[in-house]
Design a protein around this ligand. Sequence first.
Ligand SMILES: CC(C)(COP(=O)(O)OP(=O)(O)OC[C@H]1O[C@@H](n2cnc3c(N)ncnc32)[C@H](O)[C@@H]1OP(=O)(O)O)[C@@H](O)C(=O)NCCC(=O)NCCS
Length: 313
Amino acid sequence: MTRVGTIDHLLKWGPTHVNICLLTLCPAPRREASCVERRPVTSTWPGSALASVRWLVGLGRGPVSTSVAIMEIVTSCDRPDLKCTAEAAFRVKWPEFLFPHDPVMLQREALVVEFFPQFDVLMLDGDRVVAGGWGVPIRWDGTMGDLPAGYDSAMVRAVEGHQSGVEPNTLVYMTVAVVDGETGRGLAAELLTALRTRGVEAGLSRVIAPVRPTLKPKYPLTPMASFASWTRADGLSIDPWIRSHQRMGAAILAPCPGSMLITGSVADWESWTGMVFPETGSYVVPAALGLVEINVAEDSGTYSEENLWVQHL
Ligand SMILES: CC(C)(COP(=O)(O)OP(=O)(O)OC[C@H]1O[C@@H](n2cnc3c(N)ncnc32)[C@H](O)[C@@H]1OP(=O)(O)O)[C@@H](O)C(=O)NCCC(=O)NCCS
């Protein structure tokens, strides 16, 4: 079933029917949907989910009004025309040193797109991209010992598992980003929920994520294990992004040191960060979760990112 979310309405789309739900705001989880109408999908319904929603709105019936902002979730390969716009919108959401320079990602990106297009999604408001995210399916036995070492190794396990015919049972949320101006409305959780639905429909019974906490760059000297244990009075994490996962029902599993490894020359790091690194040593770099190690004699800079495994399902 495809979920077409809105700010205050939600349509749950099935092969034979659509459930029209009203979303109500409440503390935790912040949204609840109650079904107010169930309509059969007939041959008179136009093709795509979004076209059908517009058709429904055009009828002026039910709780869906023309003032409702409609969000549609599509796979990136369904809308190749949006590739450049989406890339430009999301590029600014990540530090320059991170994704364009992760060798594991660079080597496997094309294979991930080829093997798992169903887990690479965009959220659209009309034709405007508002959020995007992707995941990979892996085999995981559910134990801490069998967790991938982090982001990079989850990608490697997914690709190599697919190539050697290993049956996956776990969806790994890899990244999600919400465009500037649309954050703080729960869109990331909507998108992750859509990915989770796709995973469950594909037979994946577990969902995990190597989370990159958004507040962590303010505490680059603090080990992830300590940071992840810091809670507010309500028991939730001090970190807004870990909190979002917790509100979705996720439990913290363990830190994953070495989740991603970025290396480059000193000049590379200077151009990626806009800083200068005159001496060998450990440096605090904006947007990095930990320190960047610079070795001037060897002309190298290394950043090993530590993330946090959480389990949603
Ligand atoms: C992290 C991100 C995906 C969250 O998306 P979102 O749709 O805004 O998520 P939510 O609406 O659930 O907001 C999560 C929390 O972050 C807070 N938040 C969101 N945007 C914020 C901003 N620009 N500044 C400060 N806080 C912000 C929200 O208020 C909320 O905190 P709360 O628990 O106090 O309510 C989004 O901010 C983003 O794209 N960041 C850059 C990419 C990234 O870091 N992705 C996550 C790692 S894969």
